[in-house]
Design a protein around this ligand. Sequence first.
Ligand SMILES: NC(=O)NCCC(=O)O
Ligand SMILES: [Zn+2]
Ligand SMILES: [Zn+2]
Length: 471
Amino acid sequence: MLLIKGGTVVTSERRFRADVLCDDGGKIAAVQADMEAPTGSTIVDADGLLVMPGGIDPHTHMEMPFMGTTASDDFYTGTAAGLAGGTTSIIDFVIPEHGQSLHDAWKTWRSKAEKASADYGFHVAVTHWDDQVHQDMETLVRDCGVNSFKHFMAYKNALMVDDETFLNSMRRAGELGALCTVHAENGDAVSFLQETLLKAGNTGPAAHPLSRPPSVEGEAAQRAITLATVSNTPLYIVHVSTREATEAIANARLRGLQVYGEVLPQHLVFDESVYQSSDWLKASRYVMSPPFREKSHQQALWGGLSSGQLHTTATDHCCFCRSQKEMGLTNFTRIPNGVPGIEDRMSILWHHGVVGGKITPEQFVALTSTNTARIFNIHSRKGMIVEGADADIVLWDPSASRTISAATHHQNVDYNIYEGMTVTGVAKKTISQSRILWDDGTLRAERGQGRYVERAPFKKKTSDSLTEAVS
Ligand SMILES: NC(=O)NCCC(=O)O
Ligand SMILES: [Zn+2]
Ligand SMILES: [Zn+2]
């Protein structure tokens, strides 16, 4: 047993002084003021610390094959890095290879993820439509603990789906009680702009944001919402980076539609100037999609998060080292898209959000953990500090500072986008399954310790359950 003593518990709703007892089965056994330590229990002094639900990152790509290479953080190193930053669970993406069935792809990802050191689940990408996909979606929901499917409106000739495929998938997901998620960028427009830029001799990273202007995301977000309305299904839009997409989501919600939006901390912090560096490598390291934007978009994202129109934070953690980024040395469209971030999500959001006066500690908990647990239906286990929940806890030091650097991070990648940034708000200890796996600078992550977390479908009329879940 582990007794966390003397801390301040923060949930998505309130703050209160209480001790938290974690049992040997990895669950929270009690949350009470001034608890007596059971015989033989280990006592953790949480004086001056905040006791919060471990972070849940609902958007990562560990060892993802993408753009001719494979993301460098695997399920072990990536989840371990997450633990060092206070994140105790991830939801990663199963991406079927061309011609591979969804169910076979899910099995492949299950076996890759066996080495994870923290808990994990999967969204499964639908990249084409046929009878087998229709059947596999049911198998995945019924037998495999999958309750969300992913759609890419970008990455033409690779992962991109057309509207008809997207509609078929949404209708099927609705029948099964699953949630559809979407990368909203108009892939035809991106491809058109990429060709135009290359023909005009714009081959470097500075062309990347020009090939994916805000309107391209805004149009796709609006179209995705329209298609979700046509198919009468809820929708979760990943990595919202623009005012246009934020407004589309907020407007949809004002019309009573169930649309959720996810924000990446990096979009709250960096702007498009990162692509202007004269150092090719430096600029290429920020190549991700959607790209970093003109600064005014950040105001909309913060506004969306603080007003409740945007709901979660994720990282889209997708690491590529120097030699991988250099695949695009002469052609920016070949630079593997993706940046690291799982280790720093919580610190970045605390520093810029809570210390910056934009969100409260309770909102921080909602945005890093509880809302994700609700939206993806793992709320009976995760995202809460309550008796019976998983003992996934972060002991957060709100006044400690650290300077982020690739020299000290745990991510398996040779750079850190936040290099040199000093942040206030640090994960002091991270507890997973009642065990302290990050202990004030010492990482005790264990290969294979993470568990696959099954996610049950929503009630068939998903609208009811989701409305209840996130108000
Ligand atoms: N985001 C990104 O640039 N890479 C990962 C794939 C995706 O999420 O679009
Ligand atoms: Zn994406
Ligand atoms: Zn992604």
